[in-house]
Ligand binder design. Structure first.
Ligand code: HCA
Ligand code: CU
Length: 378
């Protein structure tokens, strides 16, 4: 995989997050921040949802962003007309195709779905607007059914077809198989959307790309319906390793943290401690063995260079599992002079203290300073 596009859905899927309420000003701020980060597309809530959603969709279209603005609507003529009216660059059409959704949600047969889809696609295209067609709950839909449907919409000239793991039950292997098969059936681009109910949303995104998908849906911090979808930051972490040249050139990685803080703030959540890249300890090294190697060469225990994201690593010496090489580096940072023997001795003191209680950085620094005062300077 050496390239892919992001359909950023914080302003659509993200609005389905339990805590989300975006006023107009917040939406505009998020849209601009996403644009500054360099996402290819920004997907916003359907203008049919509410009068304010309609106004906001229009406003975002008028911002003149580099990113294309999409809205996400049900696959019917009324919704499609409203979407086009707002001035979007593209319309993402969606309809449920699993037997669950056909039976319990909209009640349409596959023949009906196809007929409506072709009509709506033709209309959107006739307006000079990009169009994507996606089945909802693709992984629990009948394979033969959806392949026939995708083939028909591809022939009708859609820009992309979409595969959605609406309930988050797909595995990387299932994803690979489905996308690979679909790749053999349609000529257009393939977009994928993965919910994270079973923790596979990032792995599935990579599998999809490996199988020939071109577009991945994300949201900032993964916010969305239930526990959300593929997080933008986690996907960046994955892809900066898989496709470093593409990712570092294309995206403004140094803006990731402030983008996440903006969204976290807007929906009143904290950035998770174990978040890829921006979690508070994502670049903290603790064990003595790790610290020694990291100080010699960061690649020993880091797959991602934090400086790519404008961040720095931190070597912790505040524990009983620290080692003298790490302590030596801290001694030097503090501008103190000690022999290796002395550093080893003060390391022993730190460990002794850390056996009794948790230490903060100030605690270890004062152990080092008082040792320096007492022993080194006599
Ligand atoms: C939903 C719709 C959707 C649509 C995905 C897509 C899903 O809220 O159920 O259009 O790509 O997860 O199926 O978000
Ligand atoms: Cu979704």
């Amino acid at each position: 995989v050496n390239s892919f596009k992001i359909i950023e859905s914080t302003l659509r899927e993200g609005e389905q997050f339990a805590n989300a309420f975006f006023d107009t000003e917040t939406k505009l701020k998020i849209a601009k921040a996403l644009d500054n980060f360099g996402v290819d597309y920004i997907e916003v809530t359907s203008p049919v949802s509410s009068p304010q959603s309609y106004e906001d969709c229009k406003r975002i279209c008028q911002l003149g962003l580099k990113a294309k603005v999409l809205t996400h609507v049900r696959c019917n003529m009324d919704d499609a007309r409203k979407a086009v009216e707002c001035g979007v660059d593209g319309v993402d059409l969606v309809i449920g195709t699993s037997s669950f959704l056909r039976e319990y949600s909209h009640g349409k047969s596959m023949e009906m779905i196809q007929k409506i889809a072709l009509e709506v696609i033709e209309y959107v295209k006739s307006q000079g607007v990009e169009v994507r067609f996606s089945s909802e709950d693709s992984f629990r839909s009948d394979l033969v059914d959806i392949l026939a449907l995708y083939k028909a919409v591809d022939r009708a000239g859609v820009n992309r077809v979409g595969v959605a793991d609406t309930v988050g039950g797909a595995t990387p292997r299932m994803t690979y198989d489905l996308v690979r098969t679909l790749r053999g059936v349609v000529g257009c681009d393939i977009e994928c959307h993965f919910h994270d109910d079973t923790g596979c949303s990032v792995a599935n995104a990579l599998s999809a790309l490996e199988a020939g998908a071109s577009h991945i849906d994300t949201s900032v911090l993964g916010i969305g319906e239930r526990n959300g979808i593929t997080p933008l930051g986690a996907l960046m972490a994955r892809m900066v390793v898989t496709a470093p040249e593409y990712v570092t050139k294309k995206y403004n990685l140094k803006a990731l943290k402030s983008l996440e803080e903006l969204v976290a703030d807007a929906v009143q959540i904290n950035i998770p401690f174990n978040n890829p890249i921006t979690g508070f300890c994502a670049f903290t090294h603790k064990a003595g063995i790790h610290a020694k190697a990291i100080l010699a060469n960061p690649s020993t225990y880091e797959i991602i260079d934090p400086s790519l994201f404008g961040l720095t690593r931190y070597v912790s010496i505040n524990s009983r599992i620290t080692g003298w090489n790490a302590v030596k580096s801290r001694v030097e940072q503090l501008g103190l002079k000690m022999t290796d023997e002395q550093v080893k001795e003060v390391t022993a003191k730190i460990k002794q203290m850390a056996d009794i209680r948790p230490l903060a950085i100030d605690d270890t620094d004062s152990i080092i300073r008082s040792y320096h005062l007492d022993v080194v300077q006599q």
